[in-house]
Design a binder for this molecule. Structure first.
Ligand code: GLN
Length: 187
């Protein structure tokens, strides 16, 4: 059972990927929903400042932080990457469980959106970037899974996976499958 953080942003698109992979999920919209047991968590793209504020106001941030540090598999995309990052340039930290420095709204080519094809864990896949952040640097223990234009676009630290792009906005299920199989071990 996968929990999808559904406070804000592109959570429905992740749900459709989970559907296509035959995975059951539920939406996390308030604190009580965290009482339900989950095998893994997805934090979608959206607006990291808004998501961070909602997590704090709804008193969900410390529980989630504790669970992730305790081993709950988590996958953050775009704003979700920012929410997970320990250090954020041009924004504020929220859960801060992933030992990377992320720069907000700063992806190389422009501040808008672009699509490309690039390697992820050695496989070429389509990628959609929308006002994307990128990971400027990682600490030991964090594996770089993808670089686009010389900038880090996907990382994994044990139970945590994060991408600066939006795999849920393409037809390709490689990253979701990687998360569910390799990180969460539920498939
Ligand atoms: N720029 C957004 C932020 O700072 C992230 C964009 C996205 O999630 N597509 O949160």
């Amino acid at each position: 059972m996968i929990g999808v953080l559904a406070l804000q942003g592109a959570f429905a698109e992740h749900e459709s990927c989970l559907d296509r992979l035959g995975q059951e999920f539920f939406e996390i919209r308030k604190r009580e929903h965290l009482d339900r047991s989950m095998d893994a968590l997805i934090i979608p793209g959206g607006e990291s400042t808004v998501m961070g504020k909602l997590l704090r106001d709804m008193d969900m941030d410390s529980i989630l932080k504790e669970r992730i540090l305790g081993g709950l598999p988590v996958f953050g995309t775009c704003a979700g990457l920012i929410v997970l990052s320990k250090r954020v340039v041009g924004g504020s930290t929220s859960l801060g469980t992933l030992d990377v420095t992320t720069i907000r709204n700063a992806y190389g080519r422009q501040l808008g959106s672009f699509e490309t094809v690039a390697g992820f864990d050695g496989k070429e896949i389509p990628m959609t970037f929308i006002r994307a952040p990128y990971v400027e640097s990682v600490r030991p223990g964090v594996k770089v899974l993808s670089e686009v234009d010389g900038r880090i676009a996907a990382v994994r630290q044990g139970n945590q996976l994060a991408t600066s792009f939006h795999p849920e906005l393409t037809e390709d299920l490689t990253v979701h499958r990687y998360f569910l199989e390799e990180v969460a071990g539920v498939m």
